[in-house]
Design a protein around this ligand. Sequence first.
Ligand code: ADP
Length: 458
Amino acid sequence: MLIIYSIIIVSAFSFFGVVVSSSYKSIRIKNEENRLFQTANVVADTYRTNKEDRIFIRAMTKSYGRQANARILILDSQKKTVVDSHNSYIGKTVDNEEIRSSLASRPNSGIYDLQGKEVLQLSVPIMAHSANETKIEGAVLISASLEAISQDLKDLKNTLLKFSVSALLIALIFTVMAANSIAKPLSSLTNAVEKVSSGYLGYKVEDRESGEIGKLIKSFNEMSGKLKQIENNRKSFINSISHELKTPITAIRALIESLSLGNSSLEVYKEYLEDINDEAKRMGQLVDYLLSSIKLEDISLDLKEEDLAEIIEDAVKLIKPYAEKNGVDVEVNGITSVRTICDRNKVKEALLNLLDNSVKYKDPYKKQNNIMISLVKNKNEACLVVEDNGMGIREEYLSNIFNRGFRVLDAEIAANSRAQGYGIGLAIVKNITEKHNWQIAAESNYGSDSKFIITIPL
Ligand code: ADP
């Protein structure tokens, strides 16, 4: 990883270095070229107007040559050197690309390598304008060493190299630090995952990190805590079920033992057999509870487009005889057709649970017991409400009624043998509604009424 980062950083800096130094070089050469072209034009103009005064022309050429740090040659139209700022070429013929080009009235420049040193050479024509023609009288040739630019470029490259090396070092230090700060919490997370998978549920990682790793640790800790909670629930569930099953089994065994002595009257046999039957029923209920609990865990939906009004109708048909037997009137109010995607059987099961509760928890002291079901369709949602005038739920219990295993064990309920249960019904209802992405809420006035509202987004 470190090697990859180093390669990336080095390549980035090398690319940056090449781009900067090559554009620096071309800008400097362009500037030098412009400067020398200006000088050449001035020399050409001055020569044209003062060519008779040779002493002045020589002095002027030397002076411009010094100023421009270049060698200046003035040639006639036959390419013969007339003036040389360094004197040694006077009378000699100079023939090169630049001279040929400028004598053809095209100023020209080029860069040459003279014994390992770069030289910029340029030439401009000397034009003589008369009334009706322009004549090329000769050319000015300037050659200047690019040594200073090469030296500056070398310095720039050195500075860039130093800068790149320091940046590389700093970047590597930061990379190592960043890699460490990611690797450390990740390795403690890996360790924690191994601990949890080897059965150490509830194991938590020290939560000191921020950002994404911090979020990951937080989620891991929450997951580990939840796993522990689930494990604890499972243990206490098995514990209480085993206890609950042990009691009827012990009772049945004791009853059978005393019956097997064979000296009891028929009356006693009957009575004992009834007791055995009751205990067996209790065991059956416990098994039902167990099955419901399992169902709660892995409910899967068979989704189709359904009309909720029809599902309500089905559920009411099923519950009505049982409700009427218990003196509870079931009314359906303002049902409109609401088509939505859902699992028909699961929704019916949820409704039946709510209706069963409304019957179970009716207020026996009220003259009239009734359940009211309504389905209202709004713009973006539908509301399915099951309302009863039963015994109601105290406010302090309302937030717990959807929890698995929660029951209100008030004296009235305990005394009502019909109000039996294991606190699983509303947990099933909530599970079914949430699996549909619907919402359920409960409202109640203790001693007066209860209302369960399912909100269905459309
Ligand atoms: P169970 O009926 O087995 O106790 P539920 O999960 O169905 O379990 O209900 C949890 C508790 O909520 C019940 O014990 C009861 O006290 C209360 N409850 C549920 N529905 C009603 C209702 N319609 N009226 C009054 N109390 C209710």
